[in-house]
Design a protein around this ligand. Structure first.
Ligand code: NIG
Ligand code: FE
Length: 413
């Protein structure tokens, strides 16, 4: 497939650029008036329209992208899209002034989703998650990470992970699975934290490993959820099975969660709405990625992460949706990128790099996705006609994604 007359080919990074830190994040190479050749599902070549070789100009099929931009697909490295039911009853509570913590204490929150999960069948979960994932793909997402964490029993966590495995097999995009059994303490373990941790370590982890159901381990390391020590215990046990951490850190308070992740060589520490200078400095010196989820801040009215502080301290920053029924009922990465510009004060170039290449890095697939680079998978989208690259985040709440191409094929899902 040949795409011609592209107004701007976005994110033309060199092969050896696998993530961008600090000041590098503002560098989003753009090739104007370009062509792009896709072969066998991969990006074969690209160049300027005025110098297109005659033998390439004849290749069929051809798509004219006149006036349009071509982006590498969004790489959404943090989601919880397998859930049994939405929680819009909490929406009204939130509007009436209840905080995320108050709603959880009143019987809402993660435990509410966990109750609904127990009776859901694998087929029902798969059908519902497929609709969500299909919507996300149509909005430009071309790689995704999905967490368990609404099971909170051995069987229900396995059920969620098996659904994620089916999504992996069914959808034409990379899907990474994360075990998040340490999302909340089930009511019966409220006074017996060690009992639940032992269950995760001694019963769940061996079965997850035996069925090869997870790529990563996660924990909600937060006051009232999993303490730093409890999180460390789980991360250390998971490391024995080769599961690297990607953890929920510093969402509601700054009590050292990000440092626990860094100390355990986390691929990423995610949320970071509550950071102090030590966190910014620690991430600046680390290869652990700081993944920011501005749609979550937007929806539950918590502070927006200090993206500028992270960038100034030379950290690697990624952006993801956090799509889940409680804190972020949206998986629209276009809106995430807009919010990153509007609320995190990121430049469009910084936000786009964070949602593509660095998002891919936060799933350890940036050698294959996240930029327009020869040899990478041809997961891209073509925009509607746009005046400039910044028009995409500027026109918040509207998708500029017109054509989605995955593995070199137009996606009609
Ligand atoms: O990333 N903070 C923990 N987990 C999710 C919310 C889960 C829920 O409320 O269902 C998050 O925000
Ligand atoms: Fe999350």
């Amino acid at each position: 497939m040949l795409i011609t007359y592209i107004k701007g080919l976005v994110g033309v990074h060199a092969k050896d650029v696998l993530s961008l830190r600090g000041s590098e994040l503002a560098h989003l190479p753009l090739l104007e008036n370009a062509w792009l050749l896709i072969k066998d599902g991969l990006i074969e070549d690209f160049g300027e329209m005025e110098n297109i070789p005659a033998e390439i100009a004849q290749i069929q099929p051809q798509i004219s992208a006149e006036g349009r931009f071509v982006f590498p697909s969004w790489c959404d490295s943090h989601t919880h899209i397998v859930f049994a039911a939405p929680r819009e009853e909490e929406f009204a509570m939130k509007i009436a002034g209840k905080t995320y913590e108050e709603i959880a204490t009143a019987g809402g929150g993660i435990l509410n989703s966990a109750n609904k999960m127990q009776s859901a069948t694998e087929d029902e979960l798969f059908e519902a998650a497929s609709i969500r994932l299909n919507d996300m793909i149509r909005q430009g997402t071309g790689a995704v990470e999905i967490k368990s964490g609404y099971g909170l029993t051995v069987e229900s966590e396995l059920k969620m992970l098996r659904v994620i495995k089916r999504l992996k097999e069914h959808f034409p995009i990379p899907v990474k699975a994360t075990l998040l059994a340490a999302h909340a303490y089930p009511t019966i373990y409220k006074e017996n934290h060690q009992g639940y941790i032992d269950l995760i370590i001694n019963e769940l982890l061996p079965r997850v490993a035996a069925e090869d159901l997870a790529d990563y381990i996660d924990a909600f390391c937060e006051k009232g959820f999993f303490s730093n020590e409890e999180t460390a215990q789980i991360l250390e046990a998971a490391a024995k099975y080769g599961l690297k951490p990607k953890i929920h850190a510093n969402q509601l308070s700054s009590t050292g969660a990000a440092q626990v992740g860094i100390a355990h060589h986390a691929v990423s520490v995610d949320h970071l709405e509550e950071t102090d200078h030590e966190v910014l400095e620690a991430l600046g010196k680390s290869t652990t990625i700081g993944t920011l989820l501005p749609s979550c801040s937007f929806y539950i009215n918590i502070p927006f992460a200090n993206a500028k502080g992270l960038i100034q301290n030379n950290a690697i920053v990624a952006l993801a949706s956090d799509y889940n029924p409680g804190s972020t009922p949206s998986g629209n990465m276009n809106f995430v990128v807009s919010l990153a510009c509007i609320k995190l004060k990121m430049l469009p170039e910084q936000a786009i790099n964070s949602a593509t290449l660095n998002g891919a890095a936060a799933m350890e697939i940036s050698d294959k996705l996240g930029s327009i680079t020869k040899g990478k998978t041809a997961n891209i989208f073509i925009t509607r006609p746009m005046s400039s690259l910044a028009y995409l985040p500027y026109s918040f709440g509207q998708s500029q994604v017109e054509t989605v191409i995955l593995n070199g094929e137009i996606y009609h899902g």
